[in-house]
Design a protein around this ligand. Structure first.
Ligand SMILES: NC(=O)c1ccc[n+]([C@@H]2O[C@H](COP(=O)([O-])OP(=O)(O)OC[C@H]3O[C@@H](n4cnc5c(N)ncnc54)[C@H](O)[C@@H]3O)[C@@H](O)[C@H]2O)c1
Ligand SMILES: [Zn+2]
Length: 291
């Protein structure tokens, strides 16, 4: 469903039919250089849950903080046991029509950059070239000792080897960060860096960590080169994403939001479209002449 709402909490009754609102968004974007900022809602149609979407409120989330991960072996065991169970589903997730539409828009030269808060690599799988992965990617692992980067798949093999006798509950539910909802992770064995024996950590920004400055600067450069910011599938609850709305607003760059439900950026947006990204983005791309 696509519904154009004047941004803000009060929505009068009697809107025109939802899909008929996309041309207004296309009109605002047309002929303008676009910077896109995507969030978890872009990937829900690929089977990866979000944190704060419709139906997700009931899910209790307790993501590990950086200090807990580094300071407490029990937290590391919990993290890696859940990640071990959830990784195959995340690794095998396929991009959906929203990712494909953004890749087409990029291919048509409409974008100054694609900034994503997602850690699932689905933009790259859809063909986007060098998306700015603000929070990193679960497909990579970093060593906190020597800084070496390695493939998550290789670690999966090592974890499988070290945990031959350990099996997760059948068909655990995939959780938003590529891990799985597991209650009992006792007995799971973690492994360390093969090169230096240091702690291994997914190459993503944990709560309690900052996004590396160089990444933020690249994302700012993409925004500064744009004439409009298009936010897709993000509640903008996390400052890391919201900062781009703030900067756009400060610079007088219009902001459009395409999201199911309200976001923290609505009050600063020129246009809010309450829509499923996997339905609306392909239609939008077509209206913009990007197939
Ligand atoms: N796929 C992933 O990589 C993933 C998944 C969950 C969380 N995260 C991480 O957690 C943080 C969450 O922040 P966020 O703002 O990205 O996510 P969020 O969960 O806070 O917000 C997602 C928003 O998308 C909307 N949404 C859900 N499905 C949609 C759809 N089909 N079309 C349009 N909108 C839809 C929801 O209503 C919600 O408002 C990020 O920093 C990210 O790193 C990543
Ligand atoms: Zn190391």
């Amino acid at each position: 469903m696509v519904l154009l709402l004047p941004c803000g909490p009060l929505a009068p009754l009697g809107y025109p039919s939802p899909m008929s609102q996309l041309p207004a968004l296309a009109q605002l974007l047309s002929g303008r250089r676009i910077c896109t900022l995507t969030g978890a809602g872009t990937s829900t149609a690929s089977g990866i849950p979000d944190y704060r979407g419709p139906g997700t409120a009931a899910r209790a989330r307790n993501p590990v903080r950086f200090a807990q991960f580094v300071g407490d072996p029990a937290w590391r065991r919990r993290y890696w046991a859940r990640s071990f169970s959830g990784w195959p589903a995340l690794r095998d997730a396929r991009p959906n029509p929203a990712h494909a539409a953004l890749a087409r828009m990029e291919g048509a030269g409409l974008l100054t950059g694609l900034i994503t808060q997602n850690v699932d690599r689905l933009h790259s799988k859809a063909g986007s070239v060098d998306p700015i992965e603000l929070h990193g990617a679960l497909a990579e692992v970093t060593c906190l000792g020597c800084g070496a980067l390695s493939a998550r798949d290789a670690l999966q093999e090592r974890l499988a080897e070290a945990n031959r006798g350990w099996s997760p509950p059948p068909a655990p539910e995939l959780a938003p960060d590529g891990d799985a909802e597991l209650d009992d992770t006792g007995g799971f064995v973690t492994v360390d860096c093969l090169r230096c024996g240091g702690l291994l950590k997914p190459h993503v920004v944990f709560f309690g960590e900052n996004v590396p400055r160089e990444r933020v600067d690249r994302a700012f450069a993409a925004l500064d080169a744009a004439e409009v910011l298009l936010v897709v599938g993000s509640s903008l609850t996390v400052f890391s994403g919201m900062r781009f709305v703030k900067r756009a607003t400060t610079q007088g760059t219009p902001v459009c939001v395409l999201n199911l439900g309200p976001t923290r950026g609505d009050a600063e947006a020129t246009l809010c479209v309450d829509a499923d990204a996997a339905t609306a983005l392909p239609a939008l791309a077509t209206l913009l002449g990007a197939g």
